[in-house]
Structure formats: structure tokens, C-alpha cells
Design a protein around this ligand. Structure first.
Ligand code: FES
Length: 471
């Protein structure tokens, strides 16, 4: 029997102030990446195999693919980040094609995770993905990657989330995350689509907006014709529309994802209404060439990091699992002689003619394990110049003059630092300065908080004193 409910006045829930990600306190109390990894710290990328467990058709020619890691571990990431996936589009015996996709699920439910892929019939990869990825398919992944994500803690938590088309995927992850967490927040979502039936996740969005008083969702149909009965907004993003949905945009953190033209317009409009540069975070959901290069550079850098920490994690995993209750053994991963994670647990059914990546083992970690802090005075010194840069991971001292760019001198001396634009724009050369002073003239490739955390871009920096660098 269906019983009609009468709306009654229900008080607002009492909440703690602001938002804090569940891992934040644990990470704050740990000292090394390996320890933080035990607590689902999402700060480093990993290489792993993942099995598709579900496919969910979405509106707008999109499909959500739900995965779980083959090693049984949860995937720790931040809402808004992406993974790089190797798709064997040309067959199992050919080089796979890499693509980066935003995670659309929430990191607060880390045992499975999802990507949502829009099918572009003219593209090489997305039609193949829609056609071929099924429950049981195993793929090689690297991640999480990306600086476009919610903060770990935010006492105000006032957000304006802007999405156009497939740009909704990282925004959806943010929405799901905020909805799953307690705490005060004030979220306005403005979602542009090109046709009334093409808004992915609209049923879930409607549900969230109806039960979570912290979140408001607006839709706009862009500049297409408006069908009868449409109750949302119409037209492209304008100052008037921003004013209508978020008159207090200045004062919110803005996260925007969509095509390049949309993001350019959003940047302009947000500046006009007084939103400070440092409060605007943008992510292209797909491919202009520069974005692809940036993604490639970031993924290449992440692959290096993943390799370096694999050994540390493999070493610490043994101690970790020994200290766990017996039931945890269900998820205990296996390690081969090189310390590479091997799948365990239920046998995996793999769809397709061959086992993809039958030997997925990444190369064994090549870096020398760090035994305590190395002593820079024992390093070889190369080059000439008035200052000395000590590269602690590489184990070399490099002399430099104050007029020379750090990246050039370091690379000449054989220090491996990934770099793309070499103009301070893309952020791919970012490294940590352990001591000393640099002068940096960047063009947006680094955020103020990263600089406060000791990071800098060697491509557009010069040395002002002797330096010690974590590279
Ligand atoms: S290489 Fe692009 S910012 Fe340094």
C-alpha cells in the first residue's frame, strides 16, 4: 500500500563546521608516504590492475564503468582527480593506447571506483571502450593524478561547481563526496548541457539536491532550442546567469570542468564578478593538444613516482599485514620477487581473446632505496657556478650561476625532472626545495599553497643561494 506523506517541518541537522576528508587527520599524524598509504592517504599515484565489475549506461552517450583493484586494495584518491588507463584497442599484442579519465565516484567509497566515458563516435578510444569493456575485463591503470580536487579540509566549504557536458564527471565525484560527509557546506552546481535528455547523472543529482539542503543544482540548456516543459535555465554561461544562481560567487571556491571555450568564458566572467584567481580551479575534460601534453607529462611524472614508492610500500606492507587481525588477510596482496603486487582473492574472469597484460608486472623499482638521509657532501660535484644545488634522490651536486635556469642546468647534469612547457605554465617540472632560496617567474603552473609547501618550478627559477632539492 502506498501511503502519502505530508510535508512536515523538519529541523535542519546539527553539523560540525566545514568539511574534512576522512583521511585528513590520519595523514596529519603520519610521517612517510608508506605510512600514509596504510591510512588511504590519496597523495601518491600507483600502478595497478583493475577489474570492471559493472557498466552503467548514462544519459548523454555516456557510460559509467565501475572497477575494483585486482589486489583487493581500496583506491585512495581525492574527489576531482583522474586515472590514466591503458586500453588494448589494437589488440593484446600491440601497444595499448593511454587515456586519462576523471573518477566520477567518491573517494569515501574507495573499495570500488568509477570512470564515466562519453562515446565520441569519431574518436579512437571511447567507442572501443563502450563496445568492449565489460564486467570481468581487466585493465592496467596509473593514478590517481591531478591537482583539480577538493581540499582535504575546508572550514568554510562554500563551492560553486560549474560543469559543461562530460565535464560533469569530476564534479559528480565532488558532489558525491560532499553529500557523503557530515559538516557544513554550501554548494551550488550549474550544469550546462546541449539537450534536455543529455544530462548524465540527472536522477542522482535530483535526489541529492532533494535530500541534502547544502546542495543546489541548476541546469542550463546552452544555446539550443528549448523543448516544451523545460524548467531549467537556458542559454550559455553569462554574468547574469552566474548572478542568478550564485550572487555570492565572490567568496566561493569555484571548480569548473568542460570544453576549452566554456572554461575561457567562465574564467572571464568569474574575474568580472570579483572571484580571485586563487579561488578558481579548472579542468579540461578532453583534448586540446596542450591539455593532452600536460596530461602526458603529469602521467609520466606520476609513473616515476609510482615506481619509486612501490618498493617502499612493498617493504612496509609485510609489517603492516602482520599487524592486522586475521580477517584482514582476505585482502592481503601477494608480492613477487621484485616486490610487484600480484592479484589475489577470487579468480578473475577476463573477457576477450587474450589475458590483457598477462605480465602486468611493472619493472622492478629501479631507484636505490633510501637508507636514512644521504649526505650531500659525499656526492660528486659537476659544473661551474657560484652556488651548489644538491639533488638528494639523484645523489649529485651541480654548480650553477644565478643567471641560469635551474631545470636546464640540472637536466644537463643528468638529473631526471619531467618537463613539458618549460615556461612555468604546465606544472610538470614541479619539485620540492628542501632548503635555500630561488627566484621563480611562473605563469600559473604552481599554486600559492604549493609554494608555501616548499615546491617550485625549476624551469622558470634561478638559484639565489645554495639549494637542496628533492629530485
Ligand atoms: S615544464 Fe611546464 S611549468 Fe615547468
Amino acid at each position: 500500500m502506498i501511503e502519502l506523506l505530508t510535508e512536515t517541518a523538519i529541523q535542519e541537522p546539527q553539523r560540525i563546521r566545514g568539511l574534512e576528508m576522512p583521511w585528513n587527520r590520519v595523514m596529519g599524524s603520519t610521517e612517510t608516504p608508506a605510512r600514509a598509504a596504510r591510512a588511504l592517504g590519496p597523495w601518491h599515484p600507483q600502478e595497478f590492475m583493475a577489474e570492471c565489475v559493472e557498466t552503467i549506461p548514462e544519459a548523454g552517450a555516456m557510460m559509467t564503468f565501475v572497477f575494483r583493484r585486482c589486489d583487493g586494495a581500496p583506491l585512495a584518491f581525492r574527489a576531482g582527480q583522474y586515472v590514466n588507463v591503458a586500453f588494448p584497442v589494437n589488440g593484446e599484442d600491440q601497444e595499448p593506447v593511454d587515456r586519462s579519465y576523471s573518477l566520477s565516484s567518491s573517494p569515501t567509497e574507495p573499495w570500488t571506483f568509477s570512470i564515466t566515458v562519453k562515446c565520441d563516435s569519431t574518436g579512437l578510444v571511447s567507442p572501443w571502450v563502450h563496445e568492449n569493456i565489460k564486467p570481468g575485463t581487466v585493465l592496467e591503470m596509473l593514478g590517481p593524478v591531478g591537482a583539480f580536487h577538493l581540499p582535504d579540509a575546508d572550514r568554510r566549504a562554500r563551492y560553486l561547481l560549474l560543469a559543461a557536458g562530460a565535464g560533469i564527471t569530476p564534479i559528480m565525484s565532488m558532489m558525491r563526496t560532499i553529500h557523503s560527509l557530515p559538516g557544513h557546506a554550501d554548494v551550488v552546481v550549474l550544469y550546462h548541457g546541449s539537450d534536455a535528455g543529455g544530462f548524465a547523472f540527472h536522477r542522482e543529482l535530483a535526489y541529492i539536491a532533494s535530500v541534502d539542503s547544502r546542495i543546489k543544482v541548476y541546469y542550463s540548456l546552452g544555446d539550443r532550442s528549448i523543448p516544451e516543459g523545460w524548467e531549467g535555465l537556458s542559454g550559455r554561461l553569462t554574468a547574469a546567469m552566474l548572478e542568478e544562481v550564485a550572487p555570492d560567487a565572490n567568496g566561493r571556491q569555484v571548480y569548473a570542468c568542460g570544453p576549452e571555450g566554456y572554461l575561457n568564458t567562465a574564467t572571464e566572467l568569474l574575474k568580472n564578478v570579483g572571484v580571485d584567481d586563487t579561488s578558481i580551479y579548472m579542468e579540461f575534460f578532453s583534448g586540446d593538444r596542450q591539455t593532452l601534453l600536460e596530461y602526458q607529462a603529469e602521467v609520466a611524472l606520476a609513473a616515476d613516482v609510482a615506481e619509486e614508492i612501490a618498493e617502499e610500500i612493498a617493504e612496509s606492507a609485510e609489517d603492516y599485514f602482520e599487524g592486522q587481525p586475521a580477517a584482514f588477510g582476505l585482502y592481503e596482496p601477494g608480492y613477487d620477487a621484485e616486490g610487484t603486487l600480484q592479484a589475489s582473492g577470487l579468480p578473475l574472469e577476463i573477457v576477450g581473446p587474450e589475458t590483457p597484460g598477462s605480465d602486468p608486472s611493472a619493472d622492478s623499482p629501479g631507484g636505490e632505496p633510501e637508507a636514512g638521509s644521504p649526505d650531500a657532501s659525499s656526492f660528486d660535484t659537476v659544473g661551474t657556478g657560484s652556488f651548489t644545488m644538491s639533488f638528494m634522490r639523484t645523489g649529485i651536486n651541480v654548480r650553477i650561476d644565478p643567471a641560469e635556469r635551474i631545470l636546464e642546468v640540472a637536466q644537463r647534469a643528468g638529473v631526471r625532472i619531467g618537463a613539458n612547457c618549460k615556461e612555468g605554465m604546465c606544472g610538470s617540472c614541479k619539485v620540492v626545495k628542501l632548503s635555500g632560496e630561488v627566484e621563480m617567474n611562473h605563469q600559473g603552473g604552481i599554486r600559492a599553497r604549493e609554494i608555501s609547501a616548499g615546491k617550485f618550478l625549476p624551469c622558470c627559477s634561478t638559484a639565489q643561494t645554495d639549494l637542496v632539492i628533492d629530485a
